[in-house]
Design a protein around this ligand. Structure first.
Ligand code: MG
Length: 278
């Protein structure tokens, strides 16, 4: 079989997406885009309209530079993220000089120079991409956050990270500096794969087990799994903006239906912010 036989357009992934302001906030600072070949979430910060504009500007830049309906090269995708960084930098308030910032996290179908097709996962900030294989959920991205650094250094556990006073401080964001360092991973584009792209409004309300149960369940076919996940995060409190994209390629993994459970945790309003104030 040659690469020409593996025409990704012959079996494009199915996707569902939902973004919700949540139960506490008045502005949705998250923005999402889900259309072949790009599936991406941005979670803006900087307060009120600044975060809102930052995430929207980042996604609009990617939408303009990553054409719909065709795979792009990895270089085109990474250049689009860098252009989004520049566009967010340009939102600087001319009077106060205040910067806007946003996370940018997602995946795209890319075609390497060899002609081989891959999934490319990319991340700046603390939104996340997970892979679901029908039985286990794996987090593919690594948060750019103070608590992740503390976990990596062995100073605190993952459980302690959830309650740490710096849990909302991120160490990388679009808009924070002229140059942006982008984490990226290439995965084979083959077989049945399901990915979840989400903002921290999902992961602060729902644990891995909750997400696994939701991804195993039967979604309303008209609304999709992303809707079920966002609804569950809202039912669990919805203290932040809540955004999810579910991308399913290849054979759909069917499993028994599970009900969702509310998490019984008390939260205060959590604001994500960069390590150096924007
Ligand atoms: Mg958030």
């Amino acid at each position: 079989m040659t690469d020409d036989d593996l025409d990704p357009s012959a079996a494009r992934p199915l996707s569902s997406a939902r973004s919700d302001v949540g139960r506490v906030r008045s502005v949705n600072e998250d923005t999402a885009l889900a259309r072949y070949p790009l599936y991406v979430v941005a979670d803006g910060m900087g307060g009120h309209e600044r975060g809102d504009r930052a995430s929207r500007t980042a996604i609009e830049t990617l939408d303009a530079l990553v054409p719909a309906d065709a795979e792009v090269t990895p270089a085109v995708l990474l250049d689009a993220v860098r252009a989004a960084n520049t566009a967010v930098r340009e939102l600087r308030d001319p009077v106060t000089g205040a910067l806007s910032g946003t996370t940018i996290t997602g995946l795209a179908v890319v075609r390497a120079e060899t002609g081989a097709t891959h999934w490319m996962v990319f991340n700046v900030g603390d939104s996340r991409v997970y892979r679901w294989n029908g039985r286990t959920l794996s987090q593919l991205t690594v948060d750019h956050s103070v608590v992740q650094e503390l976990v990596d250094a062995g100073h605190i556990t993952q459980l302690e990270a959830e309650h740490h006073p710096d849990r909302n401080t991120i160490t990388r964001a679009l808009g924070a500096a002229d140059e942006v360092e982008i984490d990226a991973w290439l995965l084979p584009y083959a077989g049945a794969q399901t990915f979840l792209v989400c903002s921290d409004g999902v992961t602060k309300e729902l644990g891995m087990f909750d997400l696994e149960k939701l991804l195993s369940g039967h979604a309303d076919p008209d609304r999709g799994l992303a809707d079920s996940i966002v609804q569950a995060a809202l039912d669990a409190g919805g203290r932040d903006n809540v955004t999810a994209i579910v991308v399913e390629s290849g054979e759909f993994v069917d499993a028994a239906m599970f009900s969702t459970e509310k998490r019984d945790r008390a939260f205060e309003l959590d604001d994500t912010h960069p390590r150096s104030p924007l």
